[in-house]
Design a protein around this ligand. Structure first.
Ligand code: COA
Length: 170
């Protein structure tokens, strides 16, 4: 089994930011831009779980992220299925970047990163803090606000807000 950092060439590091992005929020974009500032190249990966259908399809999530990140040349948006670390290994990606907003996130992320490390010791997880204005939000809370007719514009880009409103108020 590969060991931590084995055969990793820092000059060819491509970090990966995985998530469900249902929908992508301003908080996600904030995290993505922070990660790109550190790692240069970044793959944003929409996790596809066959048994879980969300508000948006994987293709719709990819389309929204691609549009929001259109001006960032060194960011690729794609999707993956199955175990994150298997997919990272197959594509030579890593480290994994995850946002930590609060202590609850930290507990969850610590468990997930240690589990991922047990599966793939060579793939580290790096944690980043979002801007404070995005530290108390989540996609499900935003969906709730939009469904009830509230103003979610502080947390969603206009194009995403329009699509989400169409979905939820049909
Ligand atoms: N701003 C706003 N919200 C944010 C955020 C930010 N910066 N960062 C995370 N969130 C929110 C998300 O919107 C989401 O909110 P919701 O639960 O209300 O929808 C929540 O935090 C968790 O988000 P996400 O980052 O999408 O994580 P997740 O826990 O759903 O994990 C995968 C998604 C794809 C990374 C994970 O399921 C995975 O790796 N799956 C593959 C299978 C696998 O390898 N499992 C691990 C085995 S050890």
């Amino acid at each position: 089994m590969p060991q931590a950092h084995e055969e990793r060439d820092p000059g060819h590091t491509v970090a990966v930011y995985p998530g469900s992005f249902d929908p992508p929020t301003r908080g996600h974009i904030d995290l993505i831009e922070r990660a790109q500032g550190i790692f240069g190249r970044l793959v944003v990966a929409v996790g596809v779980n066959g048994s879980k259908t969300g508000t948006f399809s994987a293709d719709e999530r990819i389309a929204m992220l691609t549009e929001l990140l259109a001006e960032h040349d060194s960011i690729e948006v794609t999707s993956f299925e199955g175990l994150l670390v298997d997919w990272c290994r197959a594509r030579g990606l890593g480290p994994v970047v995850r946002g930590v907003r609060n202590a609850t996130d930290f507990d969850y992320e610590r468990t997930m990163s240690m589990q991922n490390r047990a599966l793939a010791p060579e793939i580290d997880t790096v944690f980043l803090m979002p801007s404070h204005e995005f530290a108390f939000t989540s996609s499900s809370l935003i969906r709730e606000i939009v469904a009830a007719g509230g103003d979610a514009s502080p947390w969603l880009h206009a194009s995403v807000l329009t699509r989400l409103s169409e979905k939820l108020r049909r």
